[in-house]
Design a protein around this ligand. Structure first.
Ligand SMILES: Nc1ncnc2c1ncn2[C@@H]1O[C@H](COP(=O)(O)OP(=O)(O)OP(=O)(O)O)[C@@H](O)[C@H]1O
Ligand SMILES: [Mg+2]
Length: 237
């Protein structure tokens, strides 16, 4: 089976800084792949480079046999990538409904049907549908950001640290949401919350100083405390 998403030796710069220096990644259809690594390792930059927000300077990015390497973001998202950024990326001055409508770039019946389906899953958003996004709690904002990525017929969803800054009980809710749609979607998840990473992920990649240095199954990672200590700086209880 061919990977749905493949990054081969990808490099990218932010200004003069050579941030990604060799990222290799394969994501197969239906998988949830977790990207792990210490602060500043290049996890967010990897997602931003896939989308094209940071241009790749070397290497190749392929999604479903389409070369994304030189594509600008407005085209990459139309190839079927949903992006849930770290800061949610929602519009505070707009209502929940308007945030949905902006995301729904294909205004066909299927998209509206998916929107209705997503609102059944995210009951908080259904209740606050006509309210300004600025009135939502942190957890609801995260849910809106995830929901927005689900309204389009995306082949893959990239999610950057969905647990960050949320209370443990809300993190559990986010985890359950990811577990629900993991059954239908292919996911790339950046996550420093080890429990969340292990609950959602099938395989992992570790990034160190802009390079993928190791990959394996989540089970291999959970069984290997030395690996956790060396690359992630902690051991689980
Ligand atoms: N706008 C910028 N200007 C200069 N350097 C940057 C910029 N954005 C990121 N970097 C650097 O790029 C490197 C990778 O950053 P990135 O945000 O991808 O890391 P990360 O793995 O997502 O970290 P975190 O766990 O803190 O979210 C870091 O060393 C960071 O300082
Ligand atoms: Mg980050």
């Amino acid at each position: 089976m061919d990977p749905l998403l493949k990054l081969e030796n990808v490099s990218s710069f932010i200004g003069p800084f050579h941030i990604l220096q060799g990222v290799n990644l394969e994501v197969f259809p239906g998988e949830a792949v977790v990207i792990l690594g210490r602060n500043g390792a290049g996890k967010t930059t990897t997602l931003r480079t896939i989308i094209g927000l940071v241009p790749a300077s070397d290497g190749q990015i392929i999604l479903d046999n389409i070369d994304l390497t030189a594509m600008p973001p407005y085209q990459t998202v139309r190839q079927g990538i949903g992006f849930v950024p770290e800061d949610y990326g929602i519009f505070d001055a707009l209502t929940v409904e308007e945030n949905f409508l902006i995301a729904m770039w294909k205004e066909d019946q299927d998209t509206f049907d998916r929107r209705d389906h997503v609102l059944e899953l995210f009951t908080d958003l259904k209740e606050s549908y006509k309210r300004l996004a600025s009135t939502l709690s942190g957890g609801q904002r995260q849910m809106l950001s995830i929901a927005r990525a689900l309204v389009n017929d995306n082949k893959i969803i990239l999610i950057d640290e969905p647990s960050k800054g949320l209370a443990p009980i809300i993190v559990e809710k986010v985890r359950d949401t990811l577990l629900t749609f993991k059954q239908e979607k292919t996911i790339v998840l950046v996550e420093q919350n080890f429990e969340m990473a292990c609950a959602v992920g099938d395989r992992f990649y570790i990034i160190t100083e802009g390079r993928t240095v190791l990959d394996g199954t989540i089970k291999e990672l959970m069984d290997d405390e030395e690996l956790q200590r060396k690359h992630l700086g902690f051991v689980t209880a």
